[in-house]
Design a protein around this ligand. Structure first.
Ligand code: ADP
Ligand code: MG
Ligand code: MG
Length: 252
């Protein structure tokens, strides 16, 4: 699904990713943890193709394609979903219009028939209910005046509707309440189907109480320094990052 080899990247002349390796097979859920400033969010931004993030070395293959050569829209069309990719407000364009357009573009890319207005509305309503957003959210301007928790629910609704192959979520928002965490976890768990893969970047072990990851990776100084199963996250919760020789005071 995704292969990252020896990835080096910098932002503003500062090297942040320093030889990161990661391999994700279809159907797997990988959690990425690590001290504050380790480069977790940077990894998400590099994969998303965000401006200002310069790749110096290494390769990233998404389903065999060279991801780094694809522009942002092409990455999405190849099945990559980044939860933090659409936080912008688009006043005047309803959530519903925006999502219908996005979903049908993705379907076209996969060689599927576009959804009719009625078919889309049915799916959108179900997704809205799943993330516990009132139905009138579909009529509101994209992200217009959404609270932090509503934006989060909306992101998960987008993930459910777009049916991507690889979802990357950066759960860095310290403002997430337990309800919102559960919406994220429920969204991931409901979309696990043995084929779709997830990378859940998290600053908190707490999220992993609700999402059982297949693998946990610790990122420090821009590379993966330790990988294990879900028990690694529990060990970090108890002991911090000190047992890795990392400074726990830097913990997120
Ligand atoms: P994490 O998500 O693991 O906490 P980040 O990826 O956000 O870490 O940041 C990694 C390092 O890169 C930090 O030291 C941060 O200050 C630095 N950094 C991130 N973005 C920028 C930027 N735009 N300009 C300069 N430094 C940055
Ligand atoms: Mg941070
Ligand atoms: Mg971060």
């Amino acid at each position: 699904m995704l292969t990252i080899k020896n990835l080096h990247a910098r932002v503003e002349q500062k090297n942040i990713l320093n030889g990161l390796d990661l391999t994700i097979q279809p159907g797997e859920v990988h959690a990425i943890m690590g001290p504050n400033g380790a480069g977790k969010s940077t990894l998400g931004y590099v994969l998303s193709g965000r401006e200002g993030y310069e790749v110096l070395d290494g390769e990233v293959l998404l389903q065999g394609e060279n991801l780094l050569e694809l522009d942002i829209e092409e990455r999405a069309r190849h099945g990559l979903f980044l939860a933090f990719q659409y936080p912008v407000e688009i006043p005047g364009v309803s959530n519903m219009e925006f999502m219908k357009e996005s979903v049908n573009t993705m379907r076209q890319q996969r060689g599927e028939e576009p959804l009719s207005a009625a078919e889309f509305l049915k799916k959108a309503k179900a997704a809205c209910q799943q993330v516990k957003l009132p139905l009138d959210f579909l009529k509101r301007g994209v992200n217009e005046g959404f609270s932090g928790g509503e934006k989060k629910r909306n992101e998960i609704m987008q993930m459910i509707l777009l049916e991507p192959s690889l979802c990357i979520l950066d759960e860095s928002d310290s403002g997430l309440d337990v309800d919102a965490l559960q919406v994220v976890a429920n969204g991931v768990n409901s979309q696990r189907d043995g084929k779709r893969s997830f990378v859940v970047i998290t600053h908190y072990q707490r999220l992993l109480d609700y999402i059982e990851p297949d693998f946990v990776h610790i990122l420090a100084n821009g590379k993966v320094v330790k990988s294990g199963d879900a028990s690694l996250a529990k060990q970090i919760e108890k002991e911090g990052y000190a047992f890795l020789g990392l400074d726990s005071s830097e913990e997120a």
